[in-house]
Design a protein around this ligand. Structure first.
Ligand SMILES: [Zn+2]
Length: 258
């Protein structure tokens, strides 16, 4: 039984002390593939080093995180385009809109999100969306960009059932992580009504640790706790959860799209 962590920041400074051991713990727990979202250009070299150290397990994305869309974002977008021009990535991510940390940058966040979606289409890649307190704003852009060439993952999905169905209507899988294990996380209430074909697993390590590690540093081995929660919600054996969610990840990251 093997699991796929579709969203984990293994290159984070939080793992500087024990990165290799932490990755080995995950592999020992059956989490054998790691999809790595970008933040901004400051992390690019760390991401390449991580890939070099674990070439069989690490799959890199490239993109500008919405909370890092600042005055210099034109330079950041140029950096991303330059990386894509020289090598391959598995997705454009993580990208989107975050109005929790800073509402004043909404206009440039919208611009950066739209342009990165267009970059993903150019390279026929999926997008990985970060959306915080910005469902309306994110859906507005997806509505403009929808089509066969738009697909990806709605990472750390925390919305309502209606928002889940809307995200799926734009060819998005729902990235489910530690929040599904929270007492007040809410998504566990309706998830069983969303077919498992639309779900992928993620940790978002080092953030959003599942229960019983809530509030502590998250790591990819804890993905199994999220999978166990889904086994309870969907009333399916754990190996079936592992197989279906890994296949869903393959469909996003490895299938050639129009
Ligand atoms: Zn993330």
């Amino acid at each position: 039984m093997t699991f796929t962590d579709t969203h984990t920041h293994l290159y984070s400074e939080s793992f500087d002390e024990d990165q290799a051991e932490m990755i080995q713990r995950a592999i020992d727990a059956g989490v054998t593939r790691f999809f790595i979202p970008a933040i901004d250009s400051a992390y690019t070299e760390r991401m390449y080093a991580l890939e070099k150290a674990h070439p069989d397990a690490v799959y890199l994305m490239m993109g500008l995180h919405p909370t890092h869309v600042k005055e210099n974002y034109e330079e950041e977008l140029a950096h991303i385009e330059a990386q894509f021009a020289t090598r391959d990535f598995y997705a454009v991510g993580e990208i989107g809109i975050d109005l929790y940390w800073d509402k004043s940058t909404l206009a440039i966040q919208q611009d950066a999100f739209t342009r990165q979606i267009q970059l993903a289409k150019k390279y026929k890649k999926p997008i990985v969306i970060h959306c915080r307190e910005a469902f309306d704003e994110v859906f507005e852009i997806l509505e403009c960009e929808k089509g066969d060439d738009l697909f990806g993952i709605f990472h750390c999905f925390t919305g309502t059932k209606e928002q889940a169905e809307k995200a799926i209507s734009y060819n998005m899988k729902l990235g489910i992580g530690g929040v599904a294990t929270f007492k007040n996380g809410k998504i566990d209430q309706f998830l069983a009504e969303i077919p498992l074909e639309h779900i992928v697993l993620e940790t978002d390590a080092p953030y959003l640790s599942p229960v019983p590690y809530r509030g502590k540093r998250n790591e990819s081995s804890y993905l199994v706790l999220v999978a166990e929660k889904l086994a309870t919600i969907y009333q399916k054996p754990l190996d079936e959860i592992a197989a279906i969610t890994s296949k869903n990840a393959d469909n996003i990251f490895f299938t050639k799209h129009a």
